[in-house]
Design a protein around this ligand. Structure first.
Ligand SMILES: C[S@@+](CC[C@H](N)C(=O)[O-])C[C@H]1O[C@@H](n2cnc3c(N)ncnc32)[C@H](O)[C@@H]1O
Length: 297
């Protein structure tokens, strides 16, 4: 992308050059990344680029694009943080360095909760722990218009992003955003479903992780030596916040499923199944609170 040319670069030339450069640096999805960043620099939709392959790009636009490309290729900043946007469950969400970039596999968690709460018009009470950008809470609020959704996070900065997303999407009055440690802001309350994608990366794995993760909040990723610290706390405390027959749905790393299943059972919940992501890996554990005698604590 050097300036030593006597004619301007076109959209297609910039895409080809950048895709090759990203590819040489080992970035997966090099072409898609190049398209997202160029569309952002030009202030247009990504698909618009396909109609404008031959259009020359101005020096000012190219300077904006060059900086985005450098940060993606050299600093390995995730594309969503460079554009400030990420789509989740067809919702256009704002993201900042204060929140985890919502992952496609987390849609599996939303599907599990919707399956457990099947009535579209029911007034379900739903709790999400660790909401980050608000992705899960807002997806559930959009699919169950009469549900009262409560979302918590320890990070005030993350909650500000989530609240902003709720307002922009017209779902702001459907979600109660509360700051605090796990269930602490909802003491004494019970829900039809408790859902969470908590931090679950093992500290022991930190050295081998993709460099992109260094740009996301540590508190959104890591949870003790084996990654189970927060999941275990949620499993142990969930029963007193669930209605009889209420559902607990947790995202986890595939290798954590057996250990967490044992924790859930020890906490008096009945495991209702493990859901797999598109790659066929165990991704979500679903459990229910039993409805019988002795479960009314
Ligand atoms: C993996 S991120 C998930 C964000 C979002 N729910 C998503 O799926 O994209 C975990 C979130 O949990 C929050 N968190 C971590 N520990 C927490 C705790 N003890 N209580 C409440 N929230 C916590 C983090 O601040 C972060 O926003």
């Amino acid at each position: 992308m050097s300036d030593a040319r006597d004619r301007p670069w076109t959209v297609l030339e910039l895409l080809r050059w950048t895709t090759d450069w990203f590819g040489e640096r080992g970035l997966e999805g090099a072409r898609l990344d190049a398209e997202c960043l160029l569309a952002h620099a030009l202030g247009c939709e990504r698909l618009r680029l396909y109609l404008e392959f031959d259009k020359p790009v101005s020096a000012e636009e190219r300077a904006r694009f060059r900086e985005l490309v450098r940060r993606r290729g050299e600093e390995r900043v995730p594309v969503a943080q460079l554009t400030g946007r990420k789509e989740f469950w067809s919702l256009d969400l704002a993201v900042t360095p204060d929140v985890l970039v919502p992952r496609p596999e987390t849609e599996c968690l939303v599907e599990a909760v919707l399956e457990a709460l099947p009535e579209p018009e029911a007034e379900y009470r739903v709790l999400e722990l660790g909401t980050g950008s608000g992705a899960i809470a807002l997806a559930l609020a959009s699919e169950r218009p009469k549900a009262l959704v409560t979302a918590t996070d320890v990070s005030a900065a993350a909650l500000a992003v989530a609240r902003g997303n709720g307002e922009r999407l017209g779902l702001g009055d459907r979600v109660r955003w509360l700051e605090g440690d796990l269930f602490e802001p909802v003491a004494g309350e019970r829900f039809d479903a408790v859902v969470s994608n908590p931090p679950y990366v093992a500290e022991a794995d930190a050295a081998g992780l993709a460099p992109e993760l260094a740009h996301e909040p540590r508190g959104a990723l890591f949870a003790g030596a084996d990654g189970l610290a927060v999941l275990t706390r949620i499993a142990s405390e969930a029963a007193v916040h669930l209605q009889p027959q209420g559902v607990l749905a947790l995202e986890l790393a595939p290798e954590q499923a057996p250990a967490l299943g044992a924790r859930v059972a020890a906490a008096g919940l009945v495991e209702a199944g493990v859901r797999r992501d598109l790659a066929g890996r165990a991704r979500v554990l679903v459990a229910r609170r039993a409805a019988g005698p002795g479960t009314e604590s």
